[in-house]
Design a protein around this ligand. Structure first.
Ligand SMILES: [Zn+2]
Length: 290
């Protein structure tokens, strides 16, 4: 079921204007400037959405991943690199909670490095995969309904999570509650104010109306976190290891004519490399002691 979203999740403002004239679903909050979709799915619909079809999608440009599980090594390499950054701020391994942990690859990296790991995801498919293939028991459900109420975590990560949530503001407060004093909240999410977003506008790959309901900017998140008991330690844009096949898909999406030959070559000689398109912002914030 789809229902209209009449007010902003962050400020409750009801003034809206269209972000792009030709996209009737993306609105900007007239009060705080947050961009969001003017509709939202029901929880039931979200639970059904993140099934096997999402992670092994025939059309990954529109929805999900072409083969998330086959991309395992790239994901692990990406998460190792991200863990290196986190460990600069949290020297000794402690308890880590990955929100929207998907198949559990980040948790698997953290566990190998000596962290006590906990994860939650809305996808039953992922829960089963993590249990069966990685030996990691993750919670199935919504972050707001987590059963780890009394556990205090050293780090809470939200990799490409917040934009998928229909309660991002509440999720940040929930994370704050579950963090120990001086614990770290790590967020990575597509940045609607980034250069690629401003160039490609409504065709930007970060806009996925079926699955992304909130579109943050780096400034918006930094300001919100700073006003709500966090200190920003580091922020910027973060990349990931990708296969040349995935890059070929993206090139074809953005420019069918120019990418025709390049796309075909990239898809044939498959290799992986680290790619930062500067449109995914990340923030590492420390929960203040007061
Ligand atoms: Zn607002």
């Amino acid at each position: 079921m789809i229902k209209p979203q009449l007010s902003c999740n962050f400020c409750n403002g009801t003034r809206q204007r269209l972000l792009y004239k030709h996209n009737p679903h993306l609105v900007v909050c007239g009060d705080c400037g947050l961009v969001y979709t003017n509709f939202q799915p029901s929880i039931k619909r979200m639970m059904e959405f993140y099934n096997e079809d999402y992670f092994i999608s025939n059309n990954s440009i529109e929805k999900g991943y072409s083969h998330y599980l086959e991309d395992k090594q790239n994901l692990i390499n990406t998460f190792m690199r991200r863990m290196d950054i986190i460990e600069k701020y949290q020297a000794s391994s402690g308890k880590i909670f990955d929100v929207g942990c998907a198949a559990g690859f980040f948790l698997s990296v953290a566990k190998q490095r000596g962290w006590l790991v906990h994860g939650i995801d809305i996808s039953k498919f992922c829960k089963n995969y993590a249990q069966r293939e990685l030996g990691i028991n993750i919670e199935h459900g919504l972050f707001l309904g987590t059963t780890s109420e009394d556990a205090l975590f050293d780090v809470i990560t939200m990799w490409d999570y917040l934009e998928h949530s229909i309660t991002p503001r509440e999720d940040i407060f929930k994370a704050k509650m579950l963090l120990r004093n001086n614990g770290l909240l790590v967020i990575a999410t597509p940045d609607i104010s980034s250069f690629p977003s401003r160039i490609f506008r409504q065709d930007w790959i970060g806009i996925k109306l079926e699955e992304h309901f909130y579109y943050f900017s780096k400034n918006f998140l930094e300001q919100f976190l700073s006003k709500n008991g966090f200190t920003i330690l580091r922020s910027g844009y973060i990349g990931k290891y990708v296969s040349s096949r995935m890059v070929a898909d993206r090139l074809i999406y953005y420019n069918k004519f120019l990418s025709f030959f390049a796309g075909r070559i990239l898809a044939k000689i498959n290799f992986s490399f680290y790619c930062n398109p500067f449109d995914i912002t990340y923030i590492i914030a420390r929960k203040s002691t007061s």
